[in-house]
Write a protein of this length. Structure first.
Length: 389
């Protein structure tokens, strides 16, 4: 992936290094005009750029007009859009040079003028013809039936709307093709774990909201709609539910710490009190060793819900994908009983002094799993979206 990104960056860097002269030499006249326009806005008196933009502009216009003449002679409706696009390119190029500051040929001392073609009428004409042709093609494609055809028609109707927002009944046709192109998916949950689930847990799992996964051409229903044909069934199959036994572990140890407890006079080997340079008695901290016996109680409990997401193509009856889904919950509580000098304990351990707490029951442990289980199931649907498209 890193190599791919590096390749893109290198390609972009090389492209930015292509000079207008090289673009011209490669017959990329329109690109040359664009590049030269940018340069001439900054330095309008650079003669070699003035001469080159004249040539590139003329060559680009000639090439475009030749292409249009050929396509018109062919007379194929499917070329209407290309003709429109070429006229649009001519219009943009002319606008680009019109916005340039006045250019002067230093040799002749004459102002440079560009030949402009009035393309407005042709643009309007071929925009209309393109919209009409694209609309007719979309209608024909939609009438052929099938999801893929409906999606293709939808894209054509979108293009028509981009040309004319109120073209005929384009909004109604967009809606019709959209609905015909949707892939309808029915989502359900099955419990095959051989464990009878508490009603609250069952309701919690089934409250999974998959509507926010509706994107693109996929639409997911949690409840079957009467009369609707579903293209795919997605089943969250719960296959295992397990709550581990409660575990209690005791650890006994002694915490030892050295602390200051007042002060004493500093003495020499003979027992005489030492004095500082000012004649004052020297005092030193008195260090004592304190201890505290600890009984650390660790309470642990775990639960697990697992299963698989099964995607079935209803047209073929084939199970197209199976994705494992799992969630775990863990309970751990540590408490301390302390005997001795509590100052030997750290602040954190002093906060842990107390009695063990009641364990959560099995139902509570399962509820702790439910949110993660739903989240993981939704991720499995999202990651395998393309199987249902």
């Amino acid at each position: 992936m890193k190599q791919y990104i590096l390749l893109i960056l290198c390609t972009a860097a090389l492209a930015s290094c292509v000079t207008p002269k090289k673009l011209y030499q490669k017959d990329r006249y329109d690109d040359a005009v664009t590049a030269l326009s940018k340069k001439l806005k900054k330095k309008p008196n650079k003669q070699k750029n003035i001469i080159l933009i004249q040539r590139a502009y003329k060559k680009a216009t000639e090439a475009d007009m030749e292409a249009i003449a050929f396509l018109k002679k062919e007379g194929r409706p499917e070329d209407y859009e290309e003709i429109f696009n070429i006229y649009e390119k001519i219009r943009r190029r002319q606008g680009r040079v019109k916005r340039l500051p006045q250019l002067v040929d230093q040799k002749t001392r004459s102002v440079i003028y560009f030949e402009y073609i009035n393309v407005d009428g042709e643009l309007f004409h071929y925009k209309q013809k393109t919209a009409e042709y694209t609309y007719a093609r979309a209608v024909k494609t939609l009438e052929a039936g099938g999801r893929d055809n409906a999606r293709s028609a939808y894209n054509d109707f979108k293009q028509v709307k981009a040309y004319y927002s109120d073209f005929k009944d384009v909004d109604a046709m967009l809606n019709k093709s959209w609905n015909a192109g949707l892939s309808h998916v029915l989502f359900g949950i099955e419990n095959n774990s051989r464990v009878i689930l508490p009603r609250e847990f069952d309701n919690e799992i089934k409250s999974i909201a998959v509507s926010d996964l509706n994107q693109g051409w996929v639409h997911i229903d949690v409840n079957s709609v009467s009369g609707k044909r579903y293209d795919f069934n997605v089943v969250l199959n719960i296959t295992q539910i397990d709550v581990a036994p409660e575990r209690v572990k005791e650890v006994r140890y002694t915490e030892v710490r050295e602390v200051e407890d007042g002060w004493v006079y500093k003495k020499d080997k003979k027992g005489n009190v030492l004095k500082d340079s000012l004649g004052n008695d020297i005092k030193v901290p008195k260090i004592v060793r304190i201890e505290c016996d600890v009984i650390e109680t660790i309470q642990q409990k775990a639960a697990m819900v697992s299963g698989r997401l099964e995607i079935t193509n209803n047209a073929t009856g084939q199970l197209v994908q199976t994705i494992p889904v799992r969630a775990d919950s863990h309970f751990e509580y540590v408490s301390l009983a302390a005997f001795g000098n509590l100052n030997a304990l750290t602040k954190e351990k002093r906060r842990m002094i107390g009695r063990p707490v009641p364990f959560p029951d099995d139902f509570e442990m399962l509820l702790m799993c439910s949110e993660d289980f739903k989240r993981n199931a939704k991720k499995a649907i999202s990651d395998n979206y393309f199987y249902m498209d």
